[in-house]
Design a binder for this molecule. Structure first.
Ligand code: FAD
Length: 428
């Protein structure tokens, strides 16, 4: 029997603690913040609005995790059929746009169809980057008009500077017939990779994690500042020190590596090359419920500050006071490619202007709640540096016996369920 020390109390850290509990292993979770949850925290305002740390829904297909989460909220969760759309140059387009071109300018549709047919007929050859993938799958016009534009806003860099490892089911690959049907008819089947999702009825997404935090041996306000893998000691910002036997970390790799005594220069340098986006979320409460028919919307135009908007009051009616609606806007930056150039609250006004311009906020509507929050680690950026740098970093951690888990330990695109499972697996 050995004691397990776990760093970080998000999905991954609490997944690790849960596995320890199942195996009868003693464990302690150290968290730098004064509350657990990591990215799955929810903020409940006294006025009754509930916002998550970025929009969070559960669409896991893992039945064991579905059951665990359902039990965690005592069976009180909403099950919703996802409705998603896009906003482009004044048009509201059902998602994914490639299957729903009906109503767009005829010239654009003709160009998209022509290029799509050409792309299908062409031998793609070896794909070197995301831009080549987009052109090969969708044809030039669609690639340039939609995903390349959106990607620049969301990932903060041009598609040619990204790899394709992260794609998975994220971008739908239609057959010609689906593209033609969507160009000719407004009624198309739903093909988004999230068809249904679940969301806790009360308390925001964080409710899924609360019982796991309560069941763990949790030390909060304990920021890890130093790890000595030889002496097996950890130092904290408050001056405290502990010894560890087995260590599982979910601390973001660029922060973890410089804290490890004896980390070689090339490993520290590799960790500094790992890029991720920073997200500013703008949370708005509006005195109207029927703001949108979709749960979330992608915004493509570069003269719109917002990249994606979601409507938390549609995830659960308890996310907003009665008769009110809510919008959460995401705006993306990254230290490496598009540094944040202003204070988060300065983004509230341009975002509200966006919503007035596209009609989501109407003339008579009142904004009754507004705030902006910074999410320093949002999405890992799959640039061409990532894979080689990650190999160096992970093999160093393997050598010094530090196990890593979660979105920012694996440095991938893990969703909440995958982060939780990665924590469990890191325990073994
Ligand atoms: C905008 C956005 C939207 C998302 N939407 C969804 C969604 O709809 N559905 C979904 O399933 N997933 C979604 N995700 C992904 C999801 O948030 C992650 O998969 C998951 O929360 C990651 O959990 P984690 O434990 O790996 O990391 P985190 O939640 O970041 O946990 C890491 C913990 O480590 C702590 N820590 C860091 N440094 C130290 C230190 N030095 N000492 C001690 N503690 C430290 C942090 O405070 C944090 O609590 C979204 C992510 C983002 C950014």
């Amino acid at each position: 029997m050995s004691r397990v020390t776990i760093l970080g109390a998000g999905m991954a850290g609490l997944g690790a603690a849960h596995r320890c509990h199942e195996l009868g292993l003693e464990s302690t979770v150290y968290e730098r913040r004064t509350r657990p949850g990591g990215h799955t925290r929810s903020f409940v305002d006294a006025s009754g609005f509930v916002f998550d740390d970025g929009p969070h829904i559960s669409f896991t297909k893992n039945e064991r995790i579905q059951k665990l989460f359902a039990e965690a909220v005592g069976g009180e969760y909403e099950v919703l059929q996802a409705s998603v759309n896009n906003h482009w140059q004044g048009h509201w387009i059902k998602h994914p746009a490639q299957c729903n071109l009906h109503g767009l300018p005829a010239e654009l549709v003709a160009d998209v169809l022509r290029d799509f047919v050409h792309a299908q007929a062409r031998e793609a050859g070896e794909i070197a980057d995301y831009e080549e993938w987009l052109r090969a799958v969708y044809g030039d016009t669609f690639a340039e008009t939609f995903p390349m534009e959106y990607g620049r806003k969301y990932h903060t860099l041009p598609a040619a500077e990204m790899s394709t490892e992260w794609l998975g089911p994220r971008l739908y690959r239609p057959e010609l017939e689906e593209v033609l049907n969507g160009a000719l008819s407004p009624a198309t089947p739903d093909v988004h990779y999230v068809s249904h999702f679940r969301y806790p009825s009360r308390g925001g997404f964080e409710s899924y994690l609360r019982p796991f935090a309560a069941a763990s041996n949790l030390e909060q306000d304990k920021e890890v500042t130093a790890i000595d893998p030889k002496a097996r000691r950890i130092g904290f910002a408050d001056g405290g020190e502990i010894e560890y036997e087995r260590l599982v970390s979910s601390i973001p790799l660029p922060e973890l590596i410089p804290r490890i005594a004896g980390a070689p220069g090339d490993v520290v340098e590799a960790a500094s090359r790992l890029a991720c986006s920073t997200c500013v979320i703008v949370n708005l409460g509006i005195d109207r419920v029927d703001l949108s028919g979709s749960h979330w919307t992608y915004f493509y135009d570069h003269d719109y500050t917002v990249t994606r908007a979601s409507f938390p009051h549609m995830f659960s009616p308890h996310n907003a006071p009665e008769g009110m609606g809510s919008i959460q806007a995401e705006v993306y930056f990254s230290d490496k490619y598009r540094p944040l150039d202003r204070q988060p609250p300065e983004l509230i006004e341009p975002v509200v202007d966006d919503f007035r311009r596209c009609g989501l906020i109407e003339d008579g509507d009142r904004v009754v709640f507004q705030e902006a929050r910074l999410i320093p680690y949002a999405n890992v950026i799959f640039d061409h540096d990532r894979a080689p740098a990650l190999e160096i970093v992970h093999s160093f951690l393997d050598d010094v016996g530090i196990r890593y888990a979660g979105r920012y330990g694996l440095w991938g695109y893990e969703w909440t369920d995958e982060s939780f499972v990665s924590g469990e697996e890191a325990v073994g």
